[in-house]
Design a binder for this molecule. Structure first.
Ligand code: NAD
Length: 316
């Protein structure tokens, strides 16, 4: 039975991950934390919750001293679109936040899981079936921090033996908490607007492929990797994982099969389009499949059915 501390626990992933982990490890063994007490009441009230700014190393240290977790799941970060509008904030939170977590983990003997992203790739990366080990020259501040973060996690493992692990998540689609300002957010907003207003204006251009994943598969990936046998891990940090790759018109036509009156038009946002154009179309996730049994359950059709069912209840 593991004890887990989660940072950034009130964001899109944390809101669902904390409840998922509490079901597995027990309420008191999963300590949620975020910079403020603003978000899911379930996460804040169903188990321990601490206010932790990841830029405050003392706070992290105190929480680790108090709860003695086996693993820190570090989710606190600034995402791609917000990062492009405030690059210095993205650098500070993403780099110093991770550095502080790794330092505390090193001194207290905890493992660390932290997600990287498809944003760790750039325009010179092979776009289709992007390999696990390939060129990484991202052109966003978010991407720069993600590559540096991958390297820093590798460094803490090889230099100090900290048990660091991580995946490169694609765009994540979910209905519990709204996304925090990424480039793939359209693939969440489109479902909300389809259910609420039957129309959506998409800021990403037709024909723009990106990798995506439904949240249940993402949660399963995190637990599978933190529970994986370390002897089998060759890559450890930054495993490519994906579940589907599609462009806006594909998600639109899947939704239309269930909501025939749904209409979509386009008003392309040049900043987010440029970010999307710099990312891969589809990832090769065979290393994750081989090393720890990664195997997603949801494709676009299954996800669309579930999202619309869940949002129809939620937005009633
Ligand atoms: P999010 O933006 O929804 O949540 C991030 C959380 O971090 C927020 O609750 C925010 O309050 C908190 N935070 C911000 N600054 C903080 C600070 N200084 N101290 C403590 N907390 C702070 O993000 P998310 O989607 O849940 O992403 C979590 C991780 O997964 C990030 O590392 C992100 O890069 C990665 N990721 C997410 C996606 C996705 O589609 N959601 C895709 C790839 C990678």
């Amino acid at each position: 039975m593991k004890k887990v501390l989660v940072t950034g626990a009130l964001g899109q992933i944390g809101t669902e991950l904390v409840m998922y982990l509490r079901n597995i490890y027990g309420n008191n063994n999963v300590i949620a934390s975020d910079i403020a007490k603003k978000g899911s009441e379930k996460v804040i009230e169903a188990g321990p919750f601490e206010i932790i700014d990841v830029l405050d190393v003392r706070k992290i240290d105190e929480a680790v001293e108090k709860y003695n977790p086996d693993v820190i799941i570090h989710l606190a970060a600034i995402l791609s679109a917000v990062g492009e509008s405030n690059p210095s904030l993205a650098w500070n939170v993403n780099m110093y936040g991770l550095f502080n977590i790794l330092e505390v983990a090193r001194s207290k003997g905890c493992a660390v899981f932290t997600p990287s992203s498809i944003a760790a790739f750039g325009p010179s990366t092979p776009k289709d079936n992007t390999p696990q080990d390939t060129i990484q020259r991202p052109t966003t501040m978010y991407g720069v921090t993600k590559v540096a973060g991958e390297l820093l996690c590798d460094y803490y493992f090889s230099k100090y033996g900290v048990d660091t692990r991580g995946v490169r998540f694609p765009g994540l689609i979910s209905y519990e908490a709204l996304p925090g300002g990424g480039t793939t957010d359209y693939a969440v907003h489109i479902y909300y607007e389809a259910v609420k207003n039957k129309k959506y204006t998409c800021y990403i251009k037709e024909g723009t492929y990106m990798d995506m994943m439904y949240m249940p598969d993402a949660l399963n990936a995190i637990v599978s990797l933190i529970e994986a046998n370390p002897d089998k891990l060759i890559h450890r940090n930054a495993f490519n994982i994906t579940a589907m790759s599609f462009a806006p018109e594909h998600i639109y036509s899947e939704i239309k099969k269930i909501i025939p009156e749904f209409i979509m038009d386009y008003n392309v946002d040049p900043i987010r389009q440029a970010i999307a154009d710099s990312w891969p179309n589809s990832l090769d996730d065979s290393a994750a499949r081989e090393e720890w049994g990664w195997n997603p359950k949801y494709n676009l059709t299954l996800m669309t059915k579930d999202m619309i069912e869940k949002l129809s209840v939620k937005l009633k």
